[in-house]
Design a protein around this ligand. Sequence first.
Ligand SMILES: *Cc1c(COP(=O)(O)O)cnc(C)c1O
Length: 391
Amino acid sequence: MKIEIAERLKKLPPYLFAEIDRVKRELLAEGKKLIDLGVGDPDQPTPSHIIRALERGAKNPSSHRYALDFGMGELREAVAAWYKSRFEVELDPDREVLPLLGSKEGIANISLALINPGDTVLVPNPAYPVYQAGAIFAGGDPVPMPLLKNNGFLPDLDAIGEKTASKAKMMFLNYPNNPTTAVCELEYFRQVADFCRKQGIIVCHDAAYTELAFDGFRPPSFLQAVGAREMGMEFHSLSKTYNMTGWRVGFALGNEEIIRGLSQVKSNIDSGIFRAVQIAAIEALNGPQDFRNDMIELYQKRRDLLVGGLNSLGWKVEKPKATFFVWCANPPGYDSAALTGLLLEKAGIVTTPGVGLGRYGEGYIRMALTRSEEEIAAALERLSALDLGWD
Ligand SMILES: *Cc1c(COP(=O)(O)O)cnc(C)c1O
């Protein structure tokens, strides 16, 4: 019997990393030592007090049963208290906070809660691929909002156009931004809130990197913008903040109706987060936060090493103000797939082609700061042996 997969899977954009993955496997099989600056996954362990809380939770038999769909009350309260202390945003833990199996899960499922077939969804481009995939799975029609250097990699709201704006049901945003590393001030969120309220567009802001900012910068929350909760919500995650990508804990916060809709989708799909993980998440949010300064210092040192090194080789790279990525403009004459391929084959360095995250990412590659200073120095050494034609 021939198995036909569903149309929605065929509508996903082509997977552009297949060729890179193939070459990577080949080089590894040949015994080559690759330096992987491709993945955005912290190399540091989860802080030990959080792991101890998981152990305590795992030993309690009440953890072993199905968890509540909408999470433990203590966890929702810890999230609300954390938002209050970090952003001065007051949230009702019972109605405006929903724990997720990682924010990716919520980002994918939010479209099922809000999007009808044919609805326009405004999606930044380049971007984390899940915004677009979720919209497609719900039958929505994703429309790209280009993130361009001359706009500080912020969507130009005036460029959206009356026709598209009036058709749009929802907009995804993400600041600090992956992959461009751009940040925005609260004033931009205010403009987004005003624009979207006028046009009747729901805003879903992905705030995964607010705690990973450098040089003293404190990124705002979208929910700080006046009126944001009338039409908006935010995703947050413990993944990057607490080195907990494997644990799968995130949150949806904000507009009560949106949260209720997402919660209804989820209660039909999953059965909550393992209680021991929730207990660990409470410890992460309520426990000591001082390790964060060390973490930022670590990434900041790597950033300065990588950006300084690249620029001394002729690259024209700006120091990111946030995230653990560096968004590198290509040398003249290279498109991002060709450059990524060349760096892999000639230098054994894995990077991410900007175009793989959306067509407006062409002209850039992304490098991650999730490797040690020794490895970054080794990567720079290998790069210095290449002639990429920088003047
Ligand atoms: C890493 C990341 C997330 C977090 O995903 P989790 O599912 O919470 O681990 C969300 N958005 C972006 C843009 C990311 O890079």
